[in-house]
Every structure is written in structure tokens, then in C-alpha cells.
Design a protein around this ligand. Structure first.
Ligand code: SF4
Length: 213
């Protein structure tokens, strides 16, 4: 199991390299992106973030009117809901003085539980924030991960918790590895393992049982 999963990672790493997601100026920008990307394409998140101009900050989001915040993030869709979610996530960050090193001193399980009890934050958003904004070793599971597991196959089980536990049990506990592996899975899903797979040139084609089917 462990060897099989590691060989998937190593094939993706050899092909795509060390990606070190996610490109953002601050941990807070990662948090905002993790909320805004729910149910929308990343290009729409970029448009919403661009609407802040030079003013994307905890202070802006904490102090701006909800209706104005919704207007700013409109390109990301579900903007009324997401404006509320951004306020809530920002209020969570305020408990730590908007200070990433302070967050990093806390136990992962405690932070994850707090985020999961924050309005609009499910497991994928919570883990994206913890891994990509703060560097905690928590594996992010998304629809692309589930698709790859079903096709390759990787017998990771069903449901977010089961799949996450499988990856974490069978990989070294490393935020860098989790960061890269999730990024590789997403990029490979866009380049090759689409809804209708395009297996020619896929770095996993050598061992994938669904190749060409
Ligand atoms: S070989 Fe095809 S089905 Fe398998 S992971 Fe690659 S694109 Fe997906």
C-alpha cells in the first residue's frame, strides 16, 4: 500500500516537479482563496481577489460592510454566502491576532476543530487553510483525489475522513509532501485525468489500471 501510494507521488513529482503551492502574498490571502474557490473555477477567484486591489487585508474584510464585501467578491459566485464566510474565517484568525506564527504554535487538531465549527468551512477548506496558509501536515482531499483513487485505483475507502486517513497513514507526515502531492493531483486532473481521461502522456499511465479505457 505504502509503496504503491509513494510510487504515484514519485511519478507525479518526476513529471511536474516541486510545485510548492500556493502562490499568495500572505497566509491570509491563502485563507481568502480557500473560501472563495468553493464551487467555482480558480480564474473567478483571481478576479475576485484582484477586485481588492492593494486592499486585501484582515482589516479590510473585518471592517467593510457585508454588502460591499459581497460586491467585491462577486466574480467568485455565491458572493452573499461567501462574504459571510470570509467574515467568519477572518474572525477566527482575529483570535490569534492575525499572526501566522501564533497560529502555528497551536495543535493541529484544535485548529482544525475550530475551523470546522466556523460557518462555511468544511474539511477541504479547513485542510487547505491549515496546509497551504500555515504549513500543517494535513492532507487535502478533493474531487480530483477521489477521481484518481477510483481510476488508478488507490483503495483509500469512501468519504473525506477515510481517504485523508489513508493518505496520511501511508505517506511520511510531511507538509511539503502533502502540499506537492495535492497540487500534482489537481494539475494532473486538469491536464490528463479529466472527466473524460486523456491518458496519452499521463505520468501515471504506466501503472494505472484505467489507462486508455
Ligand atoms: S492513465 Fe488515464 S485514467 Fe489513469 S490517471 Fe492517467 S489520465 Fe487518469
Amino acid at each position: 500500500m505504502r509503496d504503491r501510494l509513494l510510487s504515484v507521488y514519485e511519478s507525479l513529482l518526476a513529471h511536474y516537479g516541486d510545485l510548492r503551492w500556493w502562490l499568495a502574498k500572505t497566509p491570509y490571502e491563502v485563507m481568502v482563496g480557500a473560501v472563495l474557490t468553493q464551487n467555482t473555477a480558480w480564474r473567478n477567484v483571481e478576479k475576485a481577489i484582484a477586485n481588492f486591489g492593494e486592499h486585501l487585508s484582515t482589516e479590510t474584510v473585518a471592517n467593510v460592510d457585508l454588502s460591499e464585501l459581497a460586491r467585491i467578491i462577486r466574480p467568485a459566485g455565491f458572493f452573499n454566502q461567501k462574504a459571510v464566510y470570509l467574515k467568519e474565517v477572518t474572525a477566527w484568525y482575529a483570535k490569534y491576532g492575525y499572526d501566522a506564527p501564533t497560529v502555528r504554535q497551536e495543535p493541529l487538531a484544535k485548529l482544525r476543530a475550530e475551523l470546522l465549527s466556523t460557518k462555511g468551512v468544511g474539511p477541504e477548506t479547513a485542510d487547505s487553510i491549515l496546509l497551504y496558509a500555515f504549513g500543517f501536515p494535513t492532507f487535502v482531499v478533493d474531487a480530483y483525489t477521489v477521481r484518481l483513487c477510483g481510476r488508478y485505483p488507490i483503495e483509500a475507502g469512501k468519504g473525506y475522513g477515510a481517504v485523508q486517513a489513508y493518505f496520511e497513514r501511508n505517506l511520511p507526515k510531511s507538509a511539503t509532501l502533502y502540499n506537492n502531492f495535492h497540487a500534482h493531483i489537481v494539475i494532473n486532473a486538469k491536464d490528463h485525468c479529466r472527466k473524460k481521461p486523456s491518458c496519452a502522456g499521463c505520468p501515471l499511465a504506466g501503472k494505472c489500471e484505467r489507462r486508455g479505457l
